[in-house]
Ligand binder design. Structure first.
Ligand code: SF4
Length: 352
């Protein structure tokens, strides 16, 4: 089922308005401190009143809000107009800057074996308005709660869902943010499990924004990857290396390298042999970085994170081939807000 967009609903309500009105409406949605259409004084009064009656100011509603003891990670359960819920996460780094982790779908069809969202299956893709409004929701939250900086510096598509399986809405969302917020394109990362035909498409799509791309790799061995990421297509590893070289030639530059995300799972993908395979793959792929992430435990899954010693050895081996490899700090495990943990479970201890 396709839901009408905010713009389509506006056009239905005001079919004879000139084009600039919609631009004014979009600008109003991002004006700091505004809480309703009635406060948007750039719009004519009758329009404000009609919008107030007919079009929700924000397309999502807060159902629950949790924070961790350090209060540097917040997870919200949001409800869409059709009553389905999804999660969105806000994290603060050591410099006090906020990163928003957005969901692009409710659930996910990719079925990655270590991931709680994958176990839910796919309910539906989020609309562009619902993704855009995750940013608006958290900006309003930061303003109301006085949590230091009221600015979101970075956005990562690492919440629920596979963003490239919702390509058009993700693209429209990013273009809206680039137009109406101060977030620059290199501060937005689209993280994909590797939908190759959509990755091919973005190479030649003139409207695809110059954001960063991360690929969730988890193994550079075809068979091992198939066992971790069941959506892996035949010959994926070779095709991905080809794509990375094409990306570097077409869109890559110093600020637009490819990042491979690699979740380290004890006894599954953390062996020395697999570290060497990863290094060889990275060499073939070209200009890339590798980010290892310790596995976040998920209830009902038997996987465990790699031991510290295995992780260090794994990183050392990859680095010895001259590959740039770093470890990402994982945040939000205590409220099930970390990577792979989003599955609409609201445990105690939160706010809201
Ligand atoms: S890891 Fe990402 S792509 Fe894989 S099932 Fe989870 S949400 Fe989907």
């Amino acid at each position: 089922m396709r839901f009408p967009t905010r713009q389509e609903r506006f056009s239905t309500l005001f079919p004879d308005e000139p084009k600039f009105r919609w631009k004014q409406v979009q600008q109003a949605l991002f004006q700091p401190g505004k809480k309703s259409w009635l406060e948007c004084l750039t719009l004519p009064k009758p329009m404000r009143e009609m919008l107030q009656q007919e079009l929700p100011w924000i397309s999502v509603e807060q159902k629950a809000l949790q924070t961790n003891p350090a209060e540097d990670t917040y997870k919200a359960v949001l409800s869409a107009a059709d009553g389905l819920n999804f999660e969105t996460v806000l994290m603060q780094n050591a410099k006090g800057q906020w990163t928003l982790c957005v969901s692009s779908q409710i659930g996910c069809a990719m079925g990655c074996t270590f991931c709680a969202t994958g176990a839910m299956g796919l309910k539906r893709s989020l609309t562009s308005d619902e993704i855009v409004d995750q940013y608006r929701f958290w900006i309003a939250f930061l303003r109301e709660c006085g949590k230091g900086q009221e600015r979101i510096s970075n956005v990562v598509f690492m919440g629920m869902g596979e963003p490239l399986a919702n390509y058009e809405n993700v693209k429209a969302t990013i273009n809206t943010w680039l137009q109406h917020t101060d977030i620059g394109p290199v501060h937005i990362t689209v993280s994909t499990v590797g939908i190759l035909w959509q990755m091919e498409k973005l190479l030649t799509d003139p409207d695809w924004p110059p954001v960063r791309i991360a690929v969730s790799l988890h193994s550079a061995n075809q068979k091992r990857r198939e066992s971790i990421v069941p959506s892996t297509v035949p010959n994926f590893i070779n095709l991905l290396a080809d794509w990375c070289r094409a990306y570097t030639q077409t869109l890559g530059n110093r600020r637009h390298h490819i990042t491979f995300e690699y979740t380290l799972i004890a006894g599954v993908n953390d062996t020395e042999e697999l570290a060497r395979e990863l290094a060889a793959f990275a060499k073939r792929a070209g200009d890339c970085k590798i980010n290892v992430i310790p596995l976040n435990r998920v209830p009902g899954k038997s996987f465990t994170p790699s031991e510290e010693g295995s992780m260090s050895r794994f990183k050392e081996i990859v680095a010895s081939y001259g590959i740039d490899i770093t470890q990402r700090r994982s945040m939000g495990q205590d409220i099930a807000a970390a990577c792979g943990q989003l599955a609409l479970e609201v445990s105690g201890g939160g706010e809201g």
